[in-house]
Design a protein around this ligand. Structure first.
Ligand code: AP5
Length: 224
């Protein structure tokens, strides 16, 4: 079977993590969310966490060299040799160039950049109600996608909390950073014919089935 080398793109709160959980279950892909990796590093107080914390608290991006090293290590580890799902990386043209170069050097290429789109006001509504579990960062929303028991993760029973960077002023900053530094990747991947767009205002189930249909078409095209 051909490799699935996938990138999830989109503004904060568009539903990248929500769809990633489903796609990982579908395809059993190694999953690298740079947001999750960085939050775990902050929690553990590691060198990476110390380098990243202030940027994350402000809603800024951590520097490209710091985050590119994290992804290069994952690609070098061998565990992503048959495919991967990247969530939240790349987020700048510099990061996208690094990923391109790293794949090129391994005689590999990206299958698709899956862009989940949602307007700013929807993002603010979603992030103000988002809760994540402390154990595995599974994602819920107090109104839109509530857990069966309030404050408790359905999947691992751990406590649900609000992320530090989901405060309204930090969300606004993250959105402006997205428009300035990450949105240029839409044209960048569009020009390479790798971009696939999804309407993130549909239900999580609808978004998921559309992504699956697109991936099925791409897999068929790759076999022709
Ligand atoms: P990161 O964790 O990647 O945050 P983000 O991109 O801002 O994305 P989010 O996790 O906020 O949103 P999401 O799209 O995954 O939405 P979700 O599925 O949770 O990054 C955090 C920080 O780390 C950055 O600010 C930066 O500092 C740093 N960082 C990370 N990567 C970096 C990089 N490459 N370079 C530099 N710095 C980096 O859904 C949101 C809510 O909506 C949930 O409550 C969910 O239940 C609900 N929801 C989801 N889908 C739907 C739907 N279809 N309908 C209704 N509700 C929905």
């Amino acid at each position: 079977m051909t490799e699935r080398n996938l990138v999830l793109l989109g503004p904060p709160g568009a539903g990248k993590g929500t769809q990633a959980e489903r796609l990982v279950a579908d395809f059993d892909l190694p999953y690298y969310s740079t947001g999750i990796i960085l939050r775990e590093a902050v929690e553990q107080g590691s060198e990476l966490g110390k380098q990243a914390k202030d940027y994350m608290d402000r809603g800024d991006l951590v520097p490209d060299d710091v985050i590119c090293k994290v992804i290069a290590e994952r690609l070098d580890s061998g565990e992503a040799d048959d495919g991967f799902l990247l969530d939240g990386f790349p987020r700048t043209v510099g990061q996208a160039e690094m990923l391109d170069g790293a794949l090129d050097a391994r005689d590999r290429s990206l299958t698709a950049a899956l862009l989940i789109e949602a307007p700013d006001e929807e993002v603010v509504r979603r992030l103000s109600g988002r809760r994540t579990c402390v154990k595995n960062q599974h994602v819920y929303h107090v109104e839109l996608d509530p857990p069966k028991n309030e404050g408790v993760c359905d999947q691992d029973g751990s406590r649900l909390v609000q992320r530090d960077d989901d405060r309204p002023e930090t969300v606004r900053k993250r959105l402006s950073v997205y428009h300035d530094q990450t949105a240029p990747l839409i044209d960048w991947y569009g020009e390479k014919a790798l971009l696939r767009r999804f309407d993130g205002t549909r239900t999580p189930e609808e978004v998921h089935s559309r992504i699956r249909a697109t991936l099925a078409t791409l897999a068929l095209e790759a076999e022709i």
